[in-house]
Write a protein that binds this ligand. Sequence first.
Ligand code: HEC
Ligand code: HEC
Ligand code: HEC
Ligand code: HEC
Ligand code: HEC
Length: 477
Amino acid sequence: MSSPSRTPVWFLFTRHWLSLLGAGLVTTAVISWLFLLPGQLKGHGENPYLGIAVFVILAVFVAGLALIPIGIYLSKRQIQAGLPEGGLDRKAALQRLAWFLGVTTFANILIGTQVTYRAVKHMETPQFCGATCHVMHPELAAYQNAPHAEVECVECHVAPGATGWLKSKTAGMHQFVQTVTNTYPRPVPSALESNRLVSARETCENCHWAQKFAAVKLRVISKYADDQTNTLTQTVLMMMVGGSKTGGIHGAHFGPGIHIHFAASDPTRQTIPWVEYRNTTTGETETFVTSGSKADSANALPKYEMQCVDCHNRPAHSFDLPESAMDKALALGQIPVTLPYVKKKSVELLKANYHSSQEAADKLPGAMVAFYQQNYPDVSKQRARDITQAANAVLAIYNRNVFPDLKVTWGTYPNNLGHQNSPGCFRCHDASHETANGKTITQDCNACHEPLAMDEASPEILKTLGIAEQISKLQKP
Ligand code: HEC
Ligand code: HEC
Ligand code: HEC
Ligand code: HEC
Ligand code: HEC
């Protein structure tokens, strides 16, 4: 009989259940990780749960690695202690090895194909990101109504590649801890504010071709007045959309050689005291500062290069204000426009203060019904169904935009694409950003859009274009 010290390691290994278990854990961990890998390389690992899964796998891997030498050591000790020598029986050892391989392979097929694959697939869905995590309910609610409702959360929130994955993992773990310990900030800071948003170059520009969007785009904006008949007026704007090769709004900021940098004095980037325009094609450089601030005071502020999301900051989560939400719902016929004062009353109910979503659900529809009972008893009797429909639609608007427990209310997350409800374009285009020579960033009403009609009852331009009828049909199905 050979001495234990010269016994081949694989013999010692198969002899003790601890080292076999260790090897089983190691292979299972490696195989599970391989199943997670493709998603990670694609950058699809936004949510913290996936991070936890990887963490658990790592722990299993390390534990397995530790068990192998322990088992080997223990079986050596047993042999030295002269315990059963059956352990040195080659045939028994091979049998144990075969059993071991069979069981781990089976376990791995099960875990790999069923559990891991499905779990990862599920974790990538917006339902998982937005719905499992209560913190993200406002974003999910807004997202389902936006043009990107079919684009997965991770397409905009996680950069492709391994670094993007790693970054999102570290952030994800942090957020997960905050969520579990209930210490996350309310409202959740906007992604730009927390500097967590992936560069638009790696997200938006994967799908959108910056060179060529549209030449121009006709926008018809309907508004309903606060009067008894909810009088409709329309604004018609020809938006000078353009592209980096075709001028217009996009060309002005992304044309060949153009780089615009700006400094912001608040984390949400709403106040911009310093803007630099550089054109490497023409060699032109201009620095615009607001009258109050000096060029050097901006030196201390964080600077950013202008990108898609500085204008399109709400492509997926656009929250409305009560008036504009009502205008849209009325235009779409979700709320019957023939109900007297329906716009005015609804806006009032939307702006009222409710302590919770439950309180809003309890009070808002009832208040609407009561309004018509008291002021328009006839309408109330004849059009009970219309009134209920309106009340439910108004509550739905509230639920899409206001989340009292997360401290998200009207205007919490401003939209930078415009200038009516928040500074938006006018953060720079306010005619008060000046160069040393007195040149300003334009506020000319025709630079960004040609106003073809402003708040008109029946805009001549729509008739001239022959589309007045079509537009009103589109709006009231
Ligand atoms: C088309 C791109 C896009 C998609 C798809 C997208 N987001 Fe966003 N998201 C953004 C941008 C841009 C911001 C930054 C807004 C800002 O800083 O003003 C943001 C911000 C956020 C924030 C921070 C809070 C806030 O409102 O600013 C959360 C949370 C969030 N998104 C969650 C989600 C979830 C959950 C999904 C999927 C249901 C999702 N996002 C899908 C682009 C996207
Ligand atoms: C995975 C692909 C994808 C990504 C990533 C993506 N988009 Fe889009 N985007 C689309 C598609 C598809 C549409 C058209 C949706 C439609 O018209 O129904 C669209 C539409 C738009 C529109 C027009 C919306 C409208 O009201 O008509 C804008 C603006 C836009 N995207 C901006 C962005 C910005 C900004 C980002 C980055 C934060 C981004 N997109 C990221 C696919 C994408
Ligand atoms: C300076 C602000 C600004 C920047 C920066 C910007 N856009 Fe736009 N974009 C606009 C405006 C304004 C519109 C017109 C919106 C409207 O319909 O009223 C628009 C329209 C669009 C549309 C819709 C075009 C259509 O025909 O409906 C897409 C898509 C789009 N932008 C994508 C992008 C992408 C991708 C980037 C980054 C490469 C980007 N934008 C950067 C301001 C900007
Ligand atoms: C961070 C600052 C900043 C913001 C925000 C910004 N712009 Fe600009 N924009 C500039 C600068 C700088 C120029 C070039 C100024 C110059 O040289 O005259 C410019 C030029 C333009 C021009 C060309 C004007 C002309 O006279 O040729 C248009 C159109 C324009 N911007 C549209 C928009 C729109 C629309 C928005 C909002 C959706 C917007 N910009 C937001 C900085 C900004
Ligand atoms: C720097 C570009 C820019 C300039 C300058 C500008 N606008 Fe606008 N304006 C926009 C954009 C972008 C929108 C948003 C369109 C949308 O809703 O997508 C808008 C929207 C509007 C709307 C419709 C808003 C609504 O929803 O009711 C009106 C009205 C308007 N602008 C009037 C003006 C007037 C008047 C001036 C001159 C003082 C002006 N704008 C100058 C970019 C500009």
